[in-house]
Write a protein that binds this ligand. Structure first.
Ligand SMILES: Cc1cc2nc3c(=O)[nH]c(=O)nc-3n(C[C@H](O)[C@H](O)[C@H](O)COP(=O)(O)O)c2cc1C
Length: 373
């Protein structure tokens, strides 16, 4: 790990603008500390084994159409990085891999590059290395208040984006010492943005999930999709906890909110209940089996962030190895449930147990109907 540290984190923090420095601190913590939720909610979902699948495993198709594009599998690498000089290679490694595999990716928040154009190359590299792939641009909901139309155009042009992700990360902002907690007017700004951007806009949480109540507020917007970014995977409260640990000037509230959020599988179900737009299931997707579970619950696509970070610090082949493993596991899950086509996963029976069952029952979602379908 020492070598990786030198490679990614070699620039003295004093030389960096604040946003850029924060990005690299997050990356460093995510690569070195345990930053995941205490509970893996996808483990509470069980797919029912089919002892007589009656399909040819070689003929299983993972191909998925999403936002008018075809993908080899319903898997994308979620928004993570860019915005610090040393992240250029990380983004390049992810981009080369998804281009090779026919998948999609998002870049991390492009805010730092708006402030400092020399950082644009840390994002531009993605389009350079993945000229044919589906790339999502990224900016925070709070930031769009401060941005002009030209700024949004710059963000999109920087990666020649196929979609624009607007992230909601109020949990992180709230527990972060320098966080921005003014959420006023965000919905109106998102609405205006949707009306004025000519690529699909995706609303994206970053690990605390989206509820049916929030979906109802978003329902009438011209959204292209929704990325649930639910709880059960990376906890940004945990990330901030480690950041504050190093600086005892600040009050450390991160541990209290470590497991805050809507479980990712519950968020998929709640969003699907309200929305008939494409849904990305994400937050704690840790295998191809989890991908199958997310699709079975109603997601169209899945997003993976943390498991890609360490491989991306090493090289393109390392990223591809992880993604190929996900693809293989997804295929096995489909074979063992007798599912030949990815869209048919949505009809297979599944069990929901444990904490997830309790959460869903209390939210008025009948879990039995999934077991009996
Ligand atoms: C190091 C790191 C940096 C991230 N930066 C961003 C970001 O800039 N913008 C964003 O929308 N999400 C960001 N995320 C959140 C992820 O896109 C994803 O929603 C979240 O980590 C949950 O997925 P996971 O459990 O697979 O990690 C970041 C995640 C990680 C691990």
């Amino acid at each position: 790990m020492r070598m990786l540290k030198n490679f990614v984190f070699g620039i003295p923090p004093t030389k960096l603008v604040r946003t850029s420095r924060r990005k690299i601190e997050h990356l460093k913590i995510c690569a070195n500390k345990s930053v995941e939720s205490s509970h893996r909610y996808f483990d509470d979902v069980i797919l029912i084994h089919n002892a007589l699948p009656e399909i040819d495993g070689e003929k299983i198709s993972l191909r998925k159409r999403f936002l008018n594009r075809d993908f080899t599998a319903p898997i994308m690498v979620s928004s993570m990085t860019g915005g610090h000089p040393k992240t250029e290679r990380v983004n390049a490694n992810i981009a080369k891999s998804i281009e090779e595999l026919g998948l999609a990716m998002g870049v991390g928040s492009q805010r730092a590059a708006l402030k400092d154009p020399t950082l644009e190359r840390t994002f531009k590299i993605v389009r350079k290395k993945a000229p044919n792939s589906f790339i999502c641009a990224n900016i925070g909901a709070q930031q769009i208040k401060e941005l002009k139309k030209e700024d949004i155009e710059r963000i999109v042009d920087m990666v020649e984006a196929n979609a624009l992700c607007i992230h909601l990360n109020f949990l992180q902002e709230a527990v972060q010492p320098e966080g921005e907690v003014n959420g006023e007017g965000c919905l109106r700004m998102i609405e205006a943005l949707c009306d004025n951007v000519d690529i699909p806009v995706i609303i994206k949480e970053t690990g605390a999930g989206i509820s049916r109540e929030v979906c109802k507020k978003l329902k009438n917007l011209k959204l292209g999709g929704i990325d649930v970014g639910g709880a059960g995977g990376t906890s940004f409260s945990a990330v901030e906890y480690y950041r504050v640990l190093k600086n005892r000037r600040f009050l450390n509230v991160g541990s209290v909110f470590w497991d805050w959020g809507i479980p990712a599988p519950a968020s998929i179900l709640e969003c699907r209940e309200v929305m008939d737009i494409p849904i990305i299931g994400s937050g704690g997707i840790r295998s191809g089996l989890d991908v199958a579970k997310a699709i079975a619950l109603g997601a169209d696509m899945t997003g993976i962030a943390l498991p890609i970070l360490k491989p991306a610090l090493k090289g393109e082949k390392d990223v591809s190895m992880v993604l190929k493993k996900y693809i293989k596991e997804l295929k096995i899950a489909m074979f063992l449930t007798g599912t030949e086509d990815i869209d048919d996963l949505n009809n297979i029976p599944l069990l929901i147990k444990g904490d997830l069952k309790e959460y869903l029952s209390l939210r008025g979602i009948d879990v039995k109907r999934f077991a009996l379908r």
